[in-house]
Design a protein. Sequence first.
Length: 326
Amino acid sequence: MSAHRSTRALIAAALLLPLAACAADTEKKPADTKAAPAGGAFPYTVDNCGVKTTYQKAPERAVTMNQHVTEIMLELGLEKSLAGTAYLDDQVLPRHREAYDAIPVLAKEYPSKEKLLAADPDFVYGGYASAFDAKDGRTRDELKKSGIDSRLNIEYCAKGRTTLDEVYREIDEIGRTFGAGDRAQKWITEARATVKKTEERFKGREPRPVFVYDSGDKTAQTVGGTGIGNELITRAGGRNVFAGIGKAFGDATWEQVVAGKPEIIVILDYGATTVEQKKKRLLDDPVLRDVPAVKNKKFAVLPLSDAVLGVRAPAAITKLASQFSE
């Protein structure tokens, strides 16, 4: 089972205040970008999800837990700073395969606390709240007691709707933490250009109602209004019919899916259940027979690792926009 599913309850209980999908769609630069020290300027202080940390130097033995944060590190050329990694949802980006294969994999999913400590990390980077699960003894407080700094991807501690600004902030802060601020800024500049090009290409198109099908039988697990998935849909020219769900991922009834009248269904691709199996489940459900997307067999596909906050976001917008226009 993918980590993001087990994360939902933890987010609601431990990290997220009630969220509302009410932030403006306009893109804004992170407030502290102008104050960013260049390249490897230390000391560097960052407040991540309420945990303030001052780095006198870059971490040297980081462990990433969850694929999208591993890819952030690799995108910034920080593979030599990685002592280990864990938990893939699908395949790492092809351009990072060689670097990834050289990094020790501590566990198929999350490593035990003992196995994590055996890697002798000085920094643990979690993609989902479940990376710091209390019942497994991996809370950020417990790690700190062992002299280990940590970071949680900010999609899972935001107090409002997650936008591309948070993507840029995540890259910026990781870059500065590891003395790679210049590389982070280069990536952000290129990402902004990619997004702008996509938006110009599809400018003026009427937003189409979209339902994201993650998984589920009795209920539909879907993308809510506060995570980056909602932002990707909006930027690609869609309108998330479940934007009112106040978290990154949530459940909806099939009756609500019908009422939303989605014209496009985005299927998240990951795990043992294939895209074709998910399509069949939707097409064979008599409750959904009058849903426009089902009647017209209008499906789009997105890997799960594209739908979370990481370096895939700009390309994911282009990918969705192209499928929405077919």
